[in-house]
Design a protein around this ligand. Sequence first.
Ligand SMILES: CC(C)(COP(=O)(O)OP(=O)(O)OC[C@H]1O[C@@H](n2cnc3c(N)ncnc32)[C@H](O)[C@@H]1OP(=O)(O)O)[C@@H](O)C(=O)NCCC(=O)NCCS
Length: 389
Amino acid sequence: MTEIRVLSDEAQFRAHATVFRRAMHWGPPTDEQWDVIRPSYGPDRVLAAFDGDEMIGTTQSYASSLVVPGGAVVPHAAISRVGVRADRTRRGVLTALMREQLSTLPDPVASLRASEGRIYGRFGYGLAGRWRSVEIDAERAVIPGGMTGRVRMIDAEAADKLLPELHETIGLRRPGQIGRWPGWWTRARDRRGGADSSATVVHSGPDGDDGFLTYKVSEVKDNRYRMSIQDFVWAGEDAWRDLWIYASRLDLVHTIEHDVALDDPLTWLFEDPRVVRTKDVFDEIWLRLADVPRMLSARTYGTAEPVVIEVRDRLLPANDGRYRVSPDGAERVEAPADLVIPVDLLGAVYFGDTTFSQLAAAKRIEGTRLADADALFAVDRKPYCGTFF
Ligand SMILES: CC(C)(COP(=O)(O)OP(=O)(O)OC[C@H]1O[C@@H](n2cnc3c(N)ncnc32)[C@H](O)[C@@H]1OP(=O)(O)O)[C@@H](O)C(=O)NCCC(=O)NCCS
């Protein structure tokens, strides 16, 4: 018999981390690792599945925020540490955890990063945003023109102080971006510290600090280095461009790798567009609309005739119903539906990364008025989060 409990003390948190890490085929946290992991645990949001006294499954969420199309910022649960002990899988343990987590979620929306694409659709999560992994040939990378602002390198201690604060002011602009919690920054600090440390540069424009870049450089062979960008946040295009100029001019670096938004204009920065090579397109944001009426009202819509969308949600039936979506917003109605969509696929179209027409073509949804629905949910910019958790 599986029982779900909310954990609240240090020993339980460490056991939780161990069960999760074992599920991911990692060892239990060492004392040193635990010092880094511990701040990401707190009361109320840590759940575990038990069989008697034995902990057999885990999940937790972090209190965060999320930018939706139109720019509003809503409370958001960042779901993490999902794991079930290998000797207890495929017996409904994750299902029990997900049910409990969703039915008690204090936030109207949740998101996660999925280890496998087949796990979360059944729990109402849809693939809502993807990123493009690029590799830049730094030896041939020439960005014409000079910088418009100033770039300065800061040490790890200064980064610890400045980055969380700067992220609060510049990091919640683009749909898909999320607020970061204190435990996220503890882990980032760990990546920045130590002998094999990464470096941080901050950009300032006319209004002060408006971008930052954290990266790690590792030697591949014979003084030829690979730069991996770990964190890149900017407020405006000047900061974005200047930080790329900085990166592309680093001595000894022959390759730069980063994960960018699908519509990132990076290719057009360089004299030779071929220096940017796409290695992969991979899923980033899996989105769960937990409070559908609230989330449909939170975003803005494009110009088209109104469409009535019927939403079906097996896990949270309060979301079941019809919603009339128009350029003025969304409201519940009793009118006949133009199209029917399960809640996971509503998550997939929510940020405009996928369209209703694509889902209909793939026989994943049925209905009419697809072109109007596409136009209503259309966005100027593809979603991108850039915060891994
Ligand atoms: C993914 C994981 C949490 C699933 O836990 P679980 O307790 O086995 O899941 P459930 O028994 O509740 O499964 C529910 C359904 O999802 C399916 N399912 C679960 N995990 C799946 C997977 N990895 N691939 C395909 N189907 C999966 C089950 O077959 C079951 O289907 P059914 O309802 O038709 O019978 C567990 O396998 C695990 O810990 N994996 C390794 C760690 C990991 O990848 N964690 C996720 C990090 S994002």
